[in-house]
Design a binder for this molecule. Structure first.
Ligand code: DX5
Ligand code: ZN
Length: 218
Protein backbone atom coordinates (compact mmCIF):
# COMPACT_ATOMS: atom_id res chain seq x y z
CA UNK A 1 0.00 0.00 0.00
CA UNK A 2 1.10 3.56 -0.70
CA UNK A 3 2.26 5.87 2.11
CA UNK A 4 -0.62 7.37 4.05
CA UNK A 5 -1.55 10.93 3.17
CA UNK A 6 -2.31 13.49 5.87
CA UNK A 7 -4.54 16.36 4.73
CA UNK A 8 -5.04 19.05 7.38
CA UNK A 9 -8.42 20.78 7.19
CA UNK A 10 -8.10 24.55 7.16
CA UNK A 11 -11.64 24.76 8.54
CA UNK A 12 -9.86 24.64 11.92
CA UNK A 13 -7.37 27.39 10.95
CA UNK A 14 -7.59 31.09 11.85
CA UNK A 15 -9.43 32.59 8.86
CA UNK A 16 -7.92 36.02 9.53
CA UNK A 17 -4.40 34.67 9.04
CA UNK A 18 -4.75 32.16 6.24
CA UNK A 19 -1.29 32.73 4.76
CA UNK A 20 0.59 31.89 7.97
CA UNK A 21 -1.88 29.11 8.79
CA UNK A 22 -1.16 27.48 5.40
CA UNK A 23 2.60 27.83 5.92
CA UNK A 24 2.28 25.75 9.11
CA UNK A 25 1.13 22.64 7.22
CA UNK A 26 3.91 22.60 4.60
CA UNK A 27 5.02 19.12 5.75
CA UNK A 28 1.56 17.63 5.13
CA UNK A 29 0.33 16.21 1.81
CA UNK A 30 -2.69 18.30 0.78
CA UNK A 31 -4.52 21.26 2.30
CA UNK A 32 -8.13 20.13 2.76
CA UNK A 33 -10.52 22.97 1.89
CA UNK A 34 -14.13 22.65 3.12
CA UNK A 35 -16.55 24.59 0.93
CA UNK A 36 -20.01 24.83 2.55
CA UNK A 37 -23.05 26.62 1.14
CA UNK A 38 -25.53 26.83 4.05
CA UNK A 39 -27.81 24.63 2.00
CA UNK A 40 -26.33 21.15 1.63
CA UNK A 41 -25.02 21.63 5.19
CA UNK A 42 -26.11 24.13 7.86
CA UNK A 43 -22.85 26.10 7.75
CA UNK A 44 -21.18 28.56 5.39
CA UNK A 45 -17.46 28.91 4.69
CA UNK A 46 -16.05 30.33 1.48
CA UNK A 47 -16.35 30.13 -2.29
CA UNK A 48 -14.21 30.24 -5.41
CA UNK A 49 -12.65 33.67 -4.83
CA UNK A 50 -11.27 32.67 -1.46
CA UNK A 51 -10.23 29.22 -2.66
CA UNK A 52 -8.39 30.82 -5.59
CA UNK A 53 -6.26 32.89 -3.17
CA UNK A 54 -5.71 29.85 -0.93
CA UNK A 55 -4.55 27.96 -4.02
CA UNK A 56 -2.07 30.75 -4.87
CA UNK A 57 -0.80 30.89 -1.29
CA UNK A 58 -0.66 27.28 -0.15
CA UNK A 59 2.74 25.52 -0.03
CA UNK A 60 0.98 22.21 -0.77
CA UNK A 61 -1.73 21.23 -3.30
CA UNK A 62 -5.42 21.66 -2.50
CA UNK A 63 -7.91 18.89 -1.73
CA UNK A 64 -11.27 20.65 -2.12
CA UNK A 65 -14.30 19.10 -0.36
CA UNK A 66 -17.54 20.55 -1.68
CA UNK A 67 -20.44 20.34 0.76
CA UNK A 68 -22.75 22.14 -1.62
CA UNK A 69 -25.96 21.67 -3.54
CA UNK A 70 -25.71 21.37 -7.34
CA UNK A 71 -22.01 20.44 -7.61
CA UNK A 72 -22.70 19.68 -11.29
CA UNK A 73 -22.81 23.44 -11.75
CA UNK A 74 -20.04 24.59 -9.38
CA UNK A 75 -17.39 21.85 -9.04
CA UNK A 76 -15.62 22.38 -12.39
CA UNK A 77 -14.79 25.96 -11.37
CA UNK A 78 -12.68 24.65 -8.48
CA UNK A 79 -10.83 22.31 -10.81
CA UNK A 80 -10.21 25.22 -13.20
CA UNK A 81 -8.57 27.34 -10.51
CA UNK A 82 -6.02 24.58 -10.00
CA UNK A 83 -7.20 22.41 -7.11
CA UNK A 84 -5.41 19.04 -7.20
CA UNK A 85 -8.56 17.21 -6.24
CA UNK A 86 -12.23 18.16 -6.16
CA UNK A 87 -14.64 16.01 -4.16
CA UNK A 88 -18.41 16.45 -4.40
CA UNK A 89 -21.15 14.67 -2.45
CA UNK A 90 -22.92 11.75 -4.10
CA UNK A 91 -26.14 12.84 -2.33
CA UNK A 92 -26.03 16.23 -4.08
CA UNK A 93 -24.90 15.32 -7.60
CA UNK A 94 -27.35 14.95 -10.48
CA UNK A 95 -24.94 13.02 -12.71
CA UNK A 96 -21.89 11.88 -10.67
CA UNK A 97 -20.19 10.06 -13.53
CA UNK A 98 -20.50 12.94 -15.99
CA UNK A 99 -19.24 15.36 -13.35
CA UNK A 100 -16.25 13.17 -12.46
CA UNK A 101 -15.32 12.98 -16.15
CA UNK A 102 -15.46 16.76 -16.46
CA UNK A 103 -13.22 17.19 -13.40
CA UNK A 104 -10.67 14.77 -14.82
CA UNK A 105 -10.79 16.44 -18.22
CA UNK A 106 -9.84 19.72 -16.54
CA UNK A 107 -6.92 17.94 -14.86
CA UNK A 108 -8.12 17.45 -11.28
CA UNK A 109 -8.46 14.22 -9.36
CA UNK A 110 -12.16 13.43 -9.14
CA UNK A 111 -13.56 12.59 -5.72
CA UNK A 112 -16.94 11.52 -4.44
CA UNK A 113 -18.03 11.76 -0.79
CA UNK A 114 -20.72 9.90 1.13
CA UNK A 115 -22.32 10.94 4.42
CA UNK A 116 -22.40 8.47 7.35
CA UNK A 117 -25.91 7.32 6.45
CA UNK A 118 -25.30 6.85 2.72
CA UNK A 119 -24.68 3.35 1.41
CA UNK A 120 -21.47 2.55 -0.46
CA UNK A 121 -22.85 -0.09 -2.83
CA UNK A 122 -24.03 2.37 -5.54
CA UNK A 123 -20.35 3.35 -5.96
CA UNK A 124 -19.13 -0.19 -6.67
CA UNK A 125 -19.90 -0.21 -10.38
CA UNK A 126 -18.52 3.30 -10.95
CA UNK A 127 -15.32 3.07 -8.87
CA UNK A 128 -13.15 3.54 -11.96
CA UNK A 129 -14.68 6.95 -12.59
CA UNK A 130 -13.09 8.32 -9.41
CA UNK A 131 -9.58 8.93 -8.11
CA UNK A 132 -10.69 9.11 -4.50
CA UNK A 133 -13.68 8.25 -2.34
CA UNK A 134 -14.38 10.13 0.87
CA UNK A 135 -16.17 8.23 3.62
CA UNK A 136 -17.42 10.87 6.05
CA UNK A 137 -16.75 9.84 9.64
CA UNK A 138 -18.98 12.63 11.04
CA UNK A 139 -22.09 14.36 9.70
CA UNK A 140 -20.64 17.03 7.39
CA UNK A 141 -20.94 20.66 8.41
CA UNK A 142 -18.68 21.30 11.38
CA UNK A 143 -15.20 20.58 12.67
CA UNK A 144 -14.50 19.23 16.13
CA UNK A 145 -17.14 16.48 16.18
CA UNK A 146 -16.67 12.94 17.46
CA UNK A 147 -15.51 10.15 15.11
CA UNK A 148 -18.29 7.69 14.20
CA UNK A 149 -16.84 4.14 14.38
CA UNK A 150 -20.05 2.75 12.84
CA UNK A 151 -18.79 4.03 9.45
CA UNK A 152 -15.85 1.62 9.52
CA UNK A 153 -17.62 -1.47 8.08
CA UNK A 154 -18.60 0.61 5.04
CA UNK A 155 -15.01 1.79 4.60
CA UNK A 156 -13.77 -1.79 4.81
CA UNK A 157 -16.36 -2.87 2.24
CA UNK A 158 -15.19 -0.18 -0.19
CA UNK A 159 -11.59 -1.19 0.42
CA UNK A 160 -12.32 -4.86 -0.27
CA UNK A 161 -14.36 -4.04 -3.36
CA UNK A 162 -11.62 -1.77 -4.72
CA UNK A 163 -9.05 -4.54 -4.16
CA UNK A 164 -11.29 -7.08 -5.83
CA UNK A 165 -11.58 -4.86 -8.91
CA UNK A 166 -7.88 -3.99 -8.99
CA UNK A 167 -8.73 -0.33 -8.47
CA UNK A 168 -6.13 2.07 -7.07
CA UNK A 169 -8.75 4.58 -5.87
CA UNK A 170 -7.70 6.46 -2.72
CA UNK A 171 -9.93 5.98 0.33
CA UNK A 172 -10.25 9.08 2.44
CA UNK A 173 -11.78 9.64 5.89
CA UNK A 174 -12.85 13.02 7.26
CA UNK A 175 -14.21 13.96 10.68
CA UNK A 176 -12.94 13.31 14.19
CA UNK A 177 -9.62 11.94 12.97
CA UNK A 178 -7.04 12.20 15.78
CA UNK A 179 -4.16 10.27 17.29
CA UNK A 180 -6.82 8.22 19.09
CA UNK A 181 -8.96 7.32 16.05
CA UNK A 182 -6.65 7.30 13.00
CA UNK A 183 -5.48 3.74 13.69
CA UNK A 184 -8.95 2.21 13.35
CA UNK A 185 -9.55 4.08 10.08
CA UNK A 186 -6.22 2.90 8.71
CA UNK A 187 -6.97 -0.62 9.81
CA UNK A 188 -10.32 -0.49 7.99
CA UNK A 189 -8.58 0.50 4.75
CA UNK A 190 -8.24 4.30 4.63
CA UNK A 191 -5.06 5.70 3.06
CA UNK A 192 -5.87 9.42 3.13
CA UNK A 193 -6.72 11.19 6.38
CA UNK A 194 -8.30 14.60 6.87
CA UNK A 195 -7.73 16.19 10.28
CA UNK A 196 -8.79 19.67 11.35
CA UNK A 197 -8.79 20.16 15.10
CA UNK A 198 -6.19 17.42 15.68
CA UNK A 199 -3.72 19.43 13.57
CA UNK A 200 -4.59 23.09 14.15
CA UNK A 201 -5.45 22.49 17.80
CA UNK A 202 -1.99 21.05 18.49
CA UNK A 203 0.73 23.19 20.08
CA UNK A 204 3.25 21.77 17.58
CA UNK A 205 1.53 21.40 14.21
CA UNK A 206 4.44 19.71 12.43
CA UNK A 207 4.72 17.15 15.25
CA UNK A 208 0.97 16.52 15.03
CA UNK A 209 1.25 15.77 11.29
CA UNK A 210 4.19 13.44 11.92
CA UNK A 211 2.33 11.69 14.75
CA UNK A 212 -0.74 11.12 12.61
CA UNK A 213 1.40 9.86 9.75
CA UNK A 214 3.12 7.33 11.98
CA UNK A 215 -0.13 5.97 13.42
CA UNK A 216 -1.72 5.81 9.94
CA UNK A 217 0.75 3.14 8.82
CA UNK A 218 -1.62 0.30 9.69
C1 DX5 B 1 -16.62 18.53 8.34
C2 DX5 B 1 -15.46 18.80 7.42
C3 DX5 B 1 -14.17 18.35 7.96
C4 DX5 B 1 -13.72 19.05 9.22
C5 DX5 B 1 -13.00 18.04 10.04
O1 DX5 B 1 -17.80 18.73 7.66
O2 DX5 B 1 -15.68 18.14 6.18
O3 DX5 B 1 -13.15 18.47 6.97
O4 DX5 B 1 -12.87 20.13 9.01
O5 DX5 B 1 -12.68 18.60 11.25
P1 DX5 B 1 -12.21 17.70 12.49
O6 DX5 B 1 -10.96 17.02 12.09
O7 DX5 B 1 -12.01 18.71 13.57
O8 DX5 B 1 -13.33 16.74 12.77
ZN1 ZN C 1 -13.95 18.01 4.77
Amino acid sequence: PSAPRINPSILAADFANMQSELAKIASADYAHVDVMDNHFVPNLTFGPQMVDRIQQTSPIPLDVHLMITDPDRWAPGYAELGAASVTFHLEAAHDPVALARRLRAIGARAGVAIKPGTAAEPLFDILDEFDQILVMTVEPGFGGQGFMPETMPKLRMLHDEARRRGSDVWLQVDGGISLDTIGQAAEAGADTFVAGSAVYGASDIEAAVTGLRTLARA
